[in-house]
Design a protein around this ligand. Structure first.
Ligand SMILES: [Zn+2]
Length: 352
């Protein structure tokens, strides 16, 4: 499954390689849950050679006891903060960072620890360089819903760097749907949106950016998870240079050329709304997003090339970070506090 170079790393610290590969984001659950579906996906990476994490056995309260505290006798004393619990359809996983993020998540009692690691990475990648800035002993905490057949849904995620020291730094993300938004997003405690947005992107609304250009060397664009039929717009004015080339892989697709000579590719579309040679204005609808071609779930693949080279859309367009309006902060803060308490309870319980 792995190329020879990966099986026999040309250096003495193979875990470095795993740490590098392990932080790669995964397009969606299908990739993460079907080993072999995508050679670049995390699920294809062999487990890092580290000792298995000891975890607290899942605690399942009888009946409807969503607010019942976990009986202390069910929580064994642990040498370090570390734990897993389940209640009312959600689970909490708290663990110190091991040799890599994916190795750390292998201790999670989740249907797919690799998928959980991937969706957690998607939230942290905006503030932390997961390949360079994670330290052994940093604490990952995540509250999630785990349903068979779909990727884990994170309700709250936290990364505590240098926990318990003077330089402790916390990055957190709470799932919250802002009034007027089509989809819930993730917001930090101060009301700043965690994922960045392209300043002039190809979609007004989407569920999540699931893959960045830098995630995998074999991936040449950015993936937006969005339901089939979402309006895809021309980010800038331009001309349609091609449609539906390499249809088996790309599905329905459109290529635009902007005034500066850069080309933009939009792949896996459900329906094209433009023809070759047509001029389009910025913001004009050029297609409906879909799941055609070699695609494992509804999403838009967006790719920029300039001078024959792939360019990161983040660099090309620039990004912005939204902030919740003041009138939503009371509502958001109450919800974030509740989610945060669920994470903290688990940390406190595990540390006893
Ligand atoms: Zn893609």
């Amino acid at each position: 499954m792995l190329p020879d170079a990966l099986k026999n790393p040309p250096f003495g610290k193979p875990w470095l390689l795993y740490a590098f590969l392990g932080t790669s984001l995964v397009l969606n659950l299908a990739l993460a849950l079907r080993p072999g579906a995508d050679p670049g996906a995390e699920a294809d990476v062999a487990p890092a050679p580290v000792a298995a994490l000891a975890v607290v056995e899942p605690v399942v309260p009888a009946g409807d006891a969503s607010n019942a505290p976990i009986p202390p006798e069910l929580v064994p004393a642990l040498p370090e903060p570390l734990g897993v619990s389940r209640r009312a359809g959600t689970a909490v996983f708290v663990a110190p960072v091991n040799s890599s993020l994916s190795a750390t998540f292998q201790g999670a009692t989740a249907k797919s620890p690799a998928a959980l690691s991937a969706v957690y990475s998607r939230l942290m990648v905006w503030d932390v360089d997961l390949r360079r800035d994670l330290h052994k002993g940093d604490l990952v905490s995540v509250l999630f819903e785990d349903t068979e057949g779909v990727e884990p849904l994170i309700l709250a995620a936290r990364l505590t760097m240098f926990p318990g020291t003077a330089t402790e730094k916390t990055v957190d993300a709470f799932r919250y749907q802002a009034q007027g938004d089509r989809f819930p997003s993730y917001w930090a405690s101060d009301g700043t949106e965690v994922p960045r947005r392209l300043i002039d992107g190809p979609l007004h609304d989407y569920e999540q950016i699931t893959s960045l250009l830098k995630d995998r060397p074999t991936h040449e664009g950015m993936d937006f998870k969005t339901p089939i039929g979402s309006d895809v717009v021309a980010p800038r004015a331009g001309k349609v240079t091609r449609v539906n080339w390499n249809h088996a892989a790309n599905g329905n697709c459109v290529e635009l050329q902007f005034a500066d000579g850069a080309t933009a590719k939009f792949l896996h579309l459900n329906e094209n709304a433009v023809k070759e040679g047509q001029r389009v204005t910025a913001g004009e609808v050029i297609a409906q997003s879909g799941n055609t071609g070699r695609s494992t779930g509804p999403h838009l693949h967006y790719q920029i090339e300039k001078g024959g080279r792939v360019v990161d859309p983040i660099d090309y367009h620039g990004t912005l970070r939204r902030k919740l309006p003041a009138e939503l902060m009371t509502d958001f803060a109450a919800k974030a506090k509740e989610l945060s308490a669920q994470l903290d309870t688990q940390v406190a319980t595990a540390a006893m």
